[in-house]
Design a protein around this ligand. Structure first.
Ligand SMILES: Nc1nc2c(c(=O)[nH]1)N[C@H]1C(S)=C(S)[C@@H](COP(=O)(O)OP(=O)(O)OC[C@H]3O[C@@H](n4cnc5c(=O)[nH]c(N)nc54)[C@H](O)[C@@H]3O)O[C@H]1N2
Ligand SMILES: Nc1nc2c(c(=O)[nH]1)N[C@H]1C(S)=C(S)[C@@H](COP(=O)(O)OP(=O)(O)OC[C@H]3O[C@@H](n4cnc5c(=O)[nH]c(N)nc54)[C@H](O)[C@@H]3O)O[C@H]1N2
Ligand code: SF4
Ligand SMILES: [Mo]
Length: 737
């Protein structure tokens, strides 16, 4: 006996054979499907026939930072449907709900259709439709006036991740302002810093080959990062990997994890220090790796000596035995085990240190630059587009980031402190604000302060595709063509699947909108910034591809290109390789930090815990929305018209709150009323309000006034080392409304 039984009459051999045939048939169908895409379509006899049959255009989604590959079906000049691009390595044939709803981005009745110039009071919503000539003249004049009165530093330029963001940044630098600020300082700035001081670079992950993954509040199955989301799903579904997930909230990711640890918020650093303690004291680290590639081990060992799992249990509420077991498993599966850094690390004031502890723990088990571990984010190099020399700003940045956070990237800025400085008018006045693809009224904590800042400006220009809350407060709105209506520069995506991709225009602009390059060029010409942005998109592509033997037309068939046939690992492990750290090694004790007079090692100090009767407010993403950007999209709005406050069932019962009741949530800076979602899926000492709701702009017809904004509650705080916003530092009370 023994072995699996099979149905009567079917021998094991026969069973396997049938299975194999079915698999072969399946894979043949799969191949045929793939071939359909690869084989060039027969030339259409007439344009009319082509229009009727429809054409597929390969391009790149822009509904969030991920930039997944798409194949857009265009029939009669209209986008009919968006599908995943099966060739695109990063997105692994996935297109999420937002990606699918991209069709509605183009044909959205509420979208921006023409340039608009404000005629009434700021924020009153009275606009006149303008021609591009008028709107660009008006914007250039507004910027010039601020520059004449306050100098170029008097204009703040803020923007978020986009393929055409580079033209905006070029314009800002040519204008001569030192005051650029990017979404990074409300998102991943602290995480970048924690890994940078350890490795000299900010790595990616090879989750596809991981066998053991530890994640702290990286809600990958709702807050998508491609390819990590799909790789994680794949390794979990096929049971190739184990996931340990720490989050005060039982997210979808928690529901798929092998182990969910509802950690006390703000104590992850204690967990990682204890994990390092176990690796060191039980000698579970990779000794040859540590000796060959790292420095600072002795110092680290002394530092973590008191950080026992028993100590960490008091902080985290995770049993010491579990911490020990997790450390042992982490070491057992190494190098195919990772502590995943996460992306949004704008959590607490000690965030960079927490991420540094993650970086150190990874290095100890030698999972660097090996399958299933951390990989250096190498890219295929594109030729740089040269610009004339930028004017050197005569004054430093208004946020003083160079002195306050010397290890942060100055050009990303420190948004919270920047706003403080602008509101205070020190060290100098900033009275103009140009915003590109960003919605600061929702991006930054404490919306009232951002609104005061907007109202205090002499001039505000916003480049967007939608009448966002921030656009609503502008003097002029410059509507950019949406991602399906424009061609962008070529983009290089990092390892483990390094490749190039092109966002190609799918349909011509439906309304009177322009791509970012043309908008910035129009302004540069008017401001006599001669020589800057002196190219069109075809020239940009030609310049980028110089030396690669490629042309933009090479992207037409699959939307991407790569010369990397297989992933390569280990190039940074060869003898003599110098990491970009002061010692040339992976730094378990950071010399960069020491040289700044800072602690070279992450040191835990207890953050305040909520007083009795109060909750810590946790923000976060939902799968069907991007930040505060697409709640108005008809298709997505239908999925979830408003947000609700997650509150633990016991805490709700104590307040007489039932599912769907309206509750008043009060923080030190404001109060909102929102529906309650009563659930066991959150710790009793915190509440969660999904981010991105409570829009004010009446032009967002579906979303306006629905749900509540977390930014009306979150107090302004920031990470000590990086200046990154700290969005989890707020305590609130909740009562039945
Ligand atoms: N409370 C709280 N605050 C947060 C977060 C949170 O979870 N909670 N998350 C933080 C994080 S991780 C991030 S990254 C930031 C994000 O902050 P933002 O970058 O400000 O995010 P979005 O809301 O995506 O804003 C993008 C804006 O770009 C516009 N847009 C979309 N496509 C285009 C285009 O093609 N061209 C132009 N010109 N505009 C376009 C959208 O209409 C929208 O107004 O917010 C941070 N702030
Ligand atoms: N659908 C969708 N996907 C997105 C985005 C989007 O807007 N929508 N935005 C993209 C961007 S720009 C980013 S940065 C990423 C963000 O990706 P994530 O950082 O994964 O996203 P958040 O939803 O902000 O997740 C924060 C999680 O941390 C948990 N948390 C809060 N406090 C603590 C704590 O003290 N300890 C631990 N362990 N956990 C804690 C929260 O409960 C929440 O589940 O997502 C990207 N993908
Ligand atoms: S994750 Fe979704 S919204 Fe983001 S780029 Fe990919 S398909 Fe688009
Ligand atoms: Mo982000």
């Amino acid at each position: 006996m023994g072995g699996p039984s099979t149905s009567p009459g079917v021998s094991r051999r026969g069973f396997l054979g049938a299975g194999a045939t079915a698999a072969a048939a399946l894979s043949l169908a799969g191949c045929q499907r793939a071939l359909r895409y690869l084989r060039p379509s027969p030339a259409p006899s007439t344009l009319a026939e082509l229009r009727r049959r429809g054409v597929d255009v390969y391009s790149v989604c822009d509904n969030c930072v991920n930039k997944c590959g798409i194949r857009a079906r265009v029939v009669d000049g209209k986008v009919l449907k968006l599908d995943p691009n099966p060739h695109f390595p990063k997105s692994r044939s996935m297109l999420c709900a937002r990606g699918n709803a991209g069709v509605k981005v183009v044909y959205d009745p509420n979208r921006l259709k023409h340039p608009l110039i404000r005629v009434g009071e700021r924020g009153a919503g009275r606009w006149r439709q303008a021609t591009w000539e008028e709107a660009l003249d008006f914007t250039a004049e507004g910027l010039r006036k601020v520059r004449d009165r306050y100098g170029p530093q008097g204009v703040l330029f803020s923007s978020s991740e986009a393929f055409q963001e580079r033209f905006f940044l070029t314009f800002a630098r040519a204008f001569g302002s030192p005051n650029l600020v990017r979404h990074t300082s409300t998102c991943l700035g602290s995480g970048n810093l924690g890994f940078f001081v350890t490795y000299g670079v900010v790595p990616e992950y090879d989750l596809e080959n991981s066998q053991y993954v530890i994640m702290s509040g990286a809600n990958r199955l709702e807050a998508f990062i491609t390819p990590d989301t799909m790789d994680l799903m794949h390794v979990l579904r096929t049971r190739k990997a184990k996931l340990v997930y720490l989050d005060p909230r039982h997210t979808v990711t928690a529901s798929k994890a092998d182990e969910w640890l509802p950690i006390r918020p703000g104590t992850d650093l204690a967990f990682y220090l204890a994990l390092i303690h176990v690796l060191v004291t039980e000698q579970l680290y990779d000794r040859p790796f540590v000796e060959a590639h790292t420095q600072g081990f002795e110092e680290l060992a002394a530092h973590v000596a008191p950080c026992t799992p028993e100590w960490a249990e008091q902080e985290t509420e995770i049993p010491a035995g579990r911490i020990r077991a997790i450390a042992r498993e982490f070491a057992y599966y190494a190098p195919r085990s990772v502590i995943y850094r996460g992306r949004r690390s704008s959590w607490y004031r000690n965030d960079a240190e927490m991420r540094q502890a993650m970086a150190i723990a990874n290095a100890l088990v030698g999972n660097w630059d090996r399958p299933g571990g951390l990989v250096p984010a190498d890219k295929i190099a594109l030729h740089e587009i040269e610009e004339p020399e930028f004017p050197f700003p005569e004054v430093g940045r208004v946020d003083g980031i160079e002195e306050k956070h010397p290890l942060a990237r100055a050009d990303d800025g420190a948004y919270v402190e920047l706003r403080d400085a602008v509101l205070a008018g020190t060290p100098y006045p900033v009275k103009g604000w140009m915003v590109y693809k960003q919605n600061p009224l929702h991006t930054l904590p404490d919306r009232r302060r951002t609104e005061t800042m907007l109202r205090g400006m002499d001039f505000v220009a916003v480049v967007d595709i939608a009448p966002s809350d921030t656009a609503w407060m502008a003097d002029v709105i410059l509507p950019e063509s949406t991602y399906l209506e424009r061609t962008d520069p070529i983009e290089s995506f990092p390892a483990p699947h390094a490749f190039l991709a092109l966002r190609q225009q799918v349909v011509p602009p439906v309304f009177d909108t322009r791509p970012g390059l043309e908008i910035m060029q129009g302004l540069a010409r008017r401001l006599k910034l001669a020589g800057f942005l002196d190219y069109d998109m075809a020239k940009v592509h030609a310049l980028q591809l110089e030396g690669l033997g490629l042309a933009a037309s090479d992207f037409a068939r699959t939307g991407m290109w790569s010369d990397r046939t297989a992933r390569s690992f280990g190039s940074t492990l060869s003898p003599g390789y110098r990491f970009r750290t002061p010692s040339g090694k992976i730094e378990l004790a950071s010399e960069r930090l020491r040289r700044q007079g800072l602690d070279p090692l992450p040191r835990y100090t207890r953050l305040p815990w909520p007083p009795a009767g109060e909750f810590r407010l946790l923000p976060g993403k939902q799968a069907q929305f991007t930040h505060a950007a697409n709640q108005d999209n008809e298709w997505l709005h239908e999925l979830c018209p408003e947000n609700a406050l997650w509150i633990n069932a016991a805490a709700a019962a104590a307040r007489g709150v039932r599912e769907g009741d309206l509750v008043a949530v009060r923080s030190p800076i404001g109060e909102v009323t929102v529906r309650a979602h009563v659930t066991e899926r959150i710790r009793p000492d915190c509440v969660h309000l999904p981010h991105g709701f409570g829009h004010r702009s009446p032009a967002l017809v579906n979303a306006a006034g629905r749900g509540a904004s977390d930014q009306d509650l979150i107090v302004a705080a920031y990470d000590r080392l990086s200046g990154n916003a700290a969005l989890h530092e707020t305590f609130v009370t909740v009562r039945k409304a």
